[in-house]
Design a protein around this ligand. Structure first.
Ligand SMILES: [Zn+2]
Length: 316
């Protein structure tokens, strides 16, 4: 067995993923539990507590626990401020978990996108990189920025909300945040579905008229040259290029890492328009300094376990 292990937990809307992993990111145990969102938080934390104690009682070499949760997190205090898909507001995750453990251990809580970025830096394609931007292109569009090896943190713990920068607040498609025309309504899973539905009437021959419109169907149709699907994916790639252009001009990163289900499934469709917009909309000194790569790490719980090692390097 390795000298030291860490536990990673990723709390999502439908499931909680657990890993027991070492400093190199090798996984020794993993498990998933249903979240049962809507259940009272006390019951939820009781179940998490028994899962953690099962492993703590059998492994004396566990050094800490990292926990990823959606939405803004006051990481210094370990509080999930607003996890909409869990129905959580101001939930003291760190204290709730600590109170149920059979022994005292450091517990770190952070936003799930920050966990992804830190995990990628510990175990994936960002090792040794101290200035980077990490964008998640999945159901929504989110991001994290690391400058001089420190994650950028905002006043209300809601930094890097690049998905909710609006390109067209008057005529754009309505977004779940209440605004219109957010980047996320063009480049994300829910965005491409909304755009395909919005433009459907203009493309009477589209294959998408015959099926329920899903991310998967749009990608499949774009791969067979369906003009509506092609249009939607082209616009999505351009919007991603705009997001990257802002990031490179604002943060001057060495690397932008793209993570998330949509980018992994559709990078071949998004890549060309993304690079075109990035070059057209950013300073050459910034855009030539940056490389864009896909994330290597896809295990969110493993990303959360990296919080333990990351806090250790920084001596916090
Ligand atoms: Zn929005």
């Amino acid at each position: 067995m390795p000298e030291e292990l860490a536990i990673g937990l990723d709390i999502g809307g439908t499931k909680v993923a657990f890993v027991l992993a070492d400093r190199q990111g090798r996984i020794y145990a993993d498990k998933t539990l249903p979240t049962n969102s809507g259940a009272v938080a006390e019951d939820f934390f009781d179940r998490i507590g028994s899962l953690l104690n099962h492993y703590l009682d059998r492994n004396t070499n566990i050094s800490g626990i990292g926990i990823g949760v959606p939405g803004p997190v006051a990481s210094q205090r370990g509080i999930a401020l607003h996890a909409a898909n869990l129905g959580w507001k101001e939930v003291p995750v760190r204290d709730a978990v600590a109170a149920r453990l059979s022994r005292l251990l450091p517990i770190f809580v952070d936003n799930d996108v920050n966990c992804g970025a830190i995990g990628e830096q510990e175990f994936g394609g960002l090792q040794g990189i101290s200035h980077f931007v990490y964008l998640t292109v999945g159901t929504g569009l989110g991001g994290a920025a690391m400058l001089n090896n420190r994650l950028m943190r905002g006043a209300a713990h809601s930094e890097m909300e690049i998905g909710h920068v609006s390109l067209d607040p008057i005529n754009g498609l309505p977004c779940t945040c209440g605004m219109r025309g957010c980047l996320e309504m063009t480049i994300s899973g829910k965005g491409i579905v909304a755009q395909a539905q919005h433009h459907l009437a203009d493309y009477p021959d589209s294959l998408l008229r015959q099926a329920e419109i899903t991310t998967r169907e749009i990608i499949k149709a774009a791969d067979t040259d369906d003009s509506l699907a092609r249009h939607v994916m082209h616009e999505a790639g351009s919007a991603l290029g705009i997001a990257c252009a802002w990031c490179v001009n604002l943060f001057n990163p060495q690397l932008i890492v793209l993570a998330g289900g949509l980018i992994m499934a559709a990078y071949h469709l998004l890549k060309a328009p993304m690079h075109r917009e990035l070059r057209a909309r950013s300073l050459p000194i910034n855009s030539t300094a940056v490389d864009i790569k896909l994330a290597k790490l896809s295990n969110a719980a493993l990303g959360a376990s990296a919080l333990v090692w990351n806090h250790r390097h920084r001596g916090e």
